[in-house]
Write a protein that binds this ligand. Structure first.
Ligand SMILES: Cc1cc2nc3c(=O)[nH]c(=O)nc-3n(C[C@H](O)[C@H](O)[C@H](O)COP(=O)(O)O)c2cc1C
Length: 215
């Protein structure tokens, strides 16, 4: 599996000595850069652990990033929501292959206010809201026929779309915006000479401590 190229010939330069004191500033500049070069720059892998301590991971969309933290949204009743309620620590991993970059964020997660979750839901497209109202995400399918029964699926989607139209303010109670407050953020920049640059910011009280890591 080693024959595929990981990165393009041209990679951006990154000198950790020139990095800002605030990792939020560096993250925003890398995110903006990624958005100019590749798809879904705002879709990291969210890693959580379940009640047995086993890791789990899936892609989510970053809804917002502010100095205080990284925000994403999902159902509190989804497997990831249940896992976060049991163990409110998580990691977000961004991989931007077209730029040879990875960002690793680790921290604690807390639900935002009910108002913020409602705003999050109402900002979604009608189709996305209807999909959430249809529900069943991550529930086991009894059999494939359930999935291919288009009449059943269409009826559920149609009903959900109707509910969104009739009551645009409606917010499912489980819909939750979460905020991950980072305690470390690592920036990884590939280099074709294999001297990859790694810069980790670690929270120390109100400050960030910067440390270089061996590649
Ligand atoms: C690009 C992309 C973006 C996604 N964004 C979200 C999201 O913001 N929230 C969400 O609940 N699921 C999102 N999903 C679906 C999740 O990856 C996952 O399949 C689903 O949430 C069920 O996860 P769980 O069973 O671990 O709770 C996204 C998937 C992809 C591929």
């Amino acid at each position: 599996m080693s024959g595929w190229p990981s990165f393009p010939d041209e990679l951006p330069a990154f000198d950790p000595d020139d990095a800002p004191d605030d990792p939020h500033e560096l993250f925003l500049s890398w995110l903006t850069d990624a958005g100019e070069h590749l798809l879904a720059p705002h879709a990291p892998v969210l890693s959580t652990v379940d009640a047995d301590g086993a890791p789990d991971a899936r892609v989510v969309v970053l809804r917002d990033v502010v100095a205080a933290g990284f925000r994403f949204a999902t159902g509190a009743d989804s497997p990831k929501g249940v896992q976060l309620a049991g163990e409110p620590r998580a990691a977000l991993t961004f991989f931007w292959p077209g730029r040879g970059r990875q960002v690793r964020v680790r921290g604690s997660v807390a639900p935002c206010s009910a108002e913020a979750s409602a705003v999050d839901f109402r900002e979604r497209s009608p189709a996305s809201r209807a999909e959430v109202l249809v529900g069943h995400q991550s529930e086991p399918l009894a059999d494939r026929a359930q999935l291919t029964d288009r009449a059943q699926l269409t009826a559920a989607a149609h009903a959900a779309a109707g509910r969104v139209r009739e009551d645009p303010e409606r917010v499912p109670p489980a819909w939750t915006r979460y905020e991950l407050t980072p305690h470390t953020i690592e920036f990884w920049q590939a280099s074709h000479d294999r001297r990859h640059a790694r810069l980790r910011y670690r929270r120390d009280g109100d400050d960030w401590v910067r440390e270089l890591l061996w590649p």
